[in-house]
Ligand binder design. Sequence first.
Ligand code: ATP
Length: 235
Amino acid sequence: MLEIQDLSVKYDTIRVIHGVSMNIKKGELVSLIGANGAGKSTILKAISGLIKAETGSICFLGKEITKLPSHGIVSGGIVQVPEGRQIFTRMTIEENLKLGAYLQRNKKVIAQNFERAITLFPILKERLRQLAGTLSGGEQQMLAIGRALLSNPKLLLLDEPSMGLSPLMTQQVFDTLKILKQEGITMLLVEQNAYDALEISDRTYILETGSIVMEGKSSDLIEDANVKRAYLGGD
Ligand code: ATP
């Protein structure tokens, strides 16, 4: 579904992504893990068209999207749930959700997706008219994911959904991702929380200072001695 080949990205003169290749197949949940500053968010930005690739290509559903503007990429079905959630705290939960449907003209599809989002997140359903700023961090993350669902994604990009959340809230958010996966949504999950990301995903790429240093089935990597030592706090 998504094929990234030999991607390099730089900010001004400093190259931060060095020849990264990755792929995601339909229905897969793939995680991208790595330390602070490794370049995970930069890869997501390149996929979403928020930053331009220096070299390399990104193809989605067989079509090259490397040079498309970000609105063209979103309307093609790649939707990002941004780091830090970026919900509108002074708008209601319902208004925030409906903002996700801004590219959708078909009212029936909007209604279906709205229903799906609030069924998935009952906490939002109970509080549709409440201001989004009154939600807890975990609930705001759920709202951000719900809003992304309103735009009918074919591929959902999640940037550190566990950031700033308690272990319990993190668990709830990850349980939601499992349900989305069962529903057939393809996802790329960027996480610093390596253990949870490996547990939930089918395959994982490990990024170090802008290069992929390991990749494989998550169930294999979670047992790997080097991965345990470097990312899982093991010995
Ligand atoms: P984090 O988990 O902290 O978000 P990350 O793995 O997502 O880290 P990036 O945010 O992609 O990493 O950053 C990769 C590198 O690029 C870092 O060295 C960072 O300082 C640098 N960088 C990020 N954004 C910019 C920018 N707008 N201008 C210059 N350098 C940047």
